[in-house]
Write a protein of this length. Structure first.
Length: 208
């Protein structure tokens, strides 16, 4: 990818209960031109989730058919439900010069890194094991056995953090949002992404 031709793909991963969704929503609120990739899922919506905004909620049969047609650039199964990211949605945004924010688990993020190595990969972490356990309990949507399963998976994911570009410890919301803002702004101004503008400045010098 050469500078200025495509937008930035920001991929955010985190264990369940870390606050990733809230952080992503805050970043999107601050940068309206940053587009959110709405994944497909077979799980039922949680309270206050909106179809087409948080996820595209589909039946297992529809998901399987879309998968058969090759629609998903990455897909995963978690806790009995399927999740998938639309290849066309991502490519359309990037090829149009837009920036896209993708919220996926670590396995999905790895698949995306294989497809777009130039993407920006961010891992959100809880400040401690105790905080993560308490956040999961406060959801009130799962019993202790389900929470224990999520905690076990969370630490498998945390141990797999080494290939991410950035890590953010989500202790205080606003601090974490500011860090995400800093990452986004810094990546927007990487030299490789500004080559077209640099070339224009250099050309204009020749005309003086």
């Amino acid at each position: 990818m050469s500078g200025g031709e495509k937008g930035i793909m920001m991929v955010v991963s985190a264990p369940s209960g870390t606050g990733k969704t809230t952080l992503c929503k805050e970043l999107l609120r601050l940068y309206p031109l940053l587009r959110f990739s709405v994944s497909y899922t077979t799980r039922p919506p949680r309270p206050r989730e909106i179809d087409g905004v948080d996820y595209r909620f589909v039946s297992p049969e529809e998901f399987a058919e879309r998968d058969k047609q090759g629609e998903f650039i990455e897909k995963e199964e978690m806790f009995g439900h399927s999740y998938g990211t639309s290849r066309k949605d991502i490519e359309d945004i990037l090829n149009d010069g837009g920036d896209v924010l993708i919220d996926v688990d670590t396995r999905g993020a790895k698949t995306l890194k294989e497809a777009w190595e130039e993407g920006v990969f961010i891992f959100i972490l809880p400040p401690s094991h105790e905080v993560l356990r308490e956040r999961l309990r406060r959801r009130g949507s799962e019993d202790e056995s389900a929470i224990a399963l999520r905690l076990s998976r969370a630490f498998d994911e945390i141990n797999d953090n080494y290939w991410y570009d950035y890590v953010v410890f989500n202790d205080k919301l606003q601090n974490s949002v500011h860090i995400l803002q800093s990452i986004y702004v810094a990546e927007k101004n990487r030299r490789i992404r500004q080559l077209d503008k640099l070339a224009e400045v250099i050309r204009s010098q020749g005309g003086n």
